[in-house]
Design a protein around this ligand. Structure first.
Ligand SMILES: NC(=O)c1ccc[n+]([C@@H]2O[C@H](COP(=O)([O-])OP(=O)(O)OC[C@H]3O[C@@H](n4cnc5c(N)ncnc54)[C@H](OP(=O)(O)O)[C@@H]3O)[C@@H](O)[C@H]2O)c1
Length: 238
């Protein structure tokens, strides 16, 4: 079992982009990091790169749309560590761009929801017993300003993706209410527009900058913060 002073984190979609950067920053801060990817070879490759200077990094296969995969990942962490302190639901897809909302292909919306919303539910459910063992569990969901209802009428750029992130925000609020009495916080962040495969090369922020608020929530943020939406470490409107 892991000593209590070394915190344990699982990051989904950790093989590239913002997930890789969140995993790196947590490993540097002394976390035992489980890097999850749907392709185990990719997870193993990045875990090997990060596991230097005494850092504790493990790779685990996790396809977020498959409950069996999430349960197998939970079993692996259970047998090595016995608990989980931080779950970062980072894996996500952007499958549509710029079409009018009324022309959103239903299949694209369905597939997007499968990963960005239902996947988060499947992963969180599977890891909850381990988060309860922590006694100080933190769930951090990676959303997007694109899911903010506050200015959605005037900011339409990928309707299926935007709907999925609004739904993810709702799931966050609901879980936060349920899990607060159990000492588990659940928050959601917008990383800002970042240079990744999803964000493209013209984005203004690096993946490192995009990871900052999630890492802050995993480490320095007050434990009592829950059910909130953050960007740049500041609360933002739904
Ligand atoms: N980049 C931005 O500007 C931006 C802005 C706002 C929010 N976000 C959010 O930030 C998060 C990370 O985005 P990113 O820019 O780093 O994207 P990215 O470079 O496209 O990386 C996405 C990651 O999610 C993984 N993934 C996708 N579907 C999966 C599934 N079914 N099971 C397991 N893993 C899956 C990918 O794995 P594979 O390599 O196997 O495909 C990859 O590791 C996403 O939730 C995204 O919506 C990004």
């Amino acid at each position: 079992m892991e000593p209590l002073q070394r915190r344990i984190a699982l990051v989904t979609g950790a093989n590239r982009g913002i997930g890789l950067e969140i995993a790196r920053q947590l490993a540097v801060r002394g976390f035992h990091v489980w890097m999850a990817a749907r392709d185990l070879r990719k997870a193993a490759a990045v875990a090997q790169e990060l596991a230097v200077d005494g850092r504790m990094v493990d790779a685990v296969q996790l396809e977020v749309t498959r409950s069996e995969s999430a349960l197998a990942a939970a079993a692996a962490i259970q047998s090595r560590c016995g608990r989980l302190d931080v779950l970062v639901n980072n894996a996500g897809v952007l499958m549509d761009r710029q079409q009018p909302p009324s022309l959103t292909p239903p299949d694209v919306l369905r597939s997007t929801m499968e990963t960005n919303v239902i996947g988060v539910l499947k992963v969180t459910r599977s890891l909850l017993p381990l988060l309860r063992e922590s006694g100080r569990g933190r769930v951090i969901n990676i959303s997007s300003g694109g899911g903010q209802l506050a200015d959605m009428m005037s900011s339409v750029w990928a309707p299926a993706y935007q709907i999925s992130k609004t739904a993810l925000n709702a799931l966050t609020m609901l879980l936060a209410g349920e899990l607060k009495p159990q000492g588990i916080s659940v928050n959601v962040i917008c990383p800002g527009w970042c240079r990744t495969e999803m964000g493209g090369e013209s984005a203004p922020n690096s993946a490192e900058q995009g990871a900052d608020t999630a890492v802050w929530l995993a480490t320095e943020a007050p434990a009592e913060l829950t059910g909130k939406f953050f960007r740049n470490r500041q609360e933002i409107p739904w």
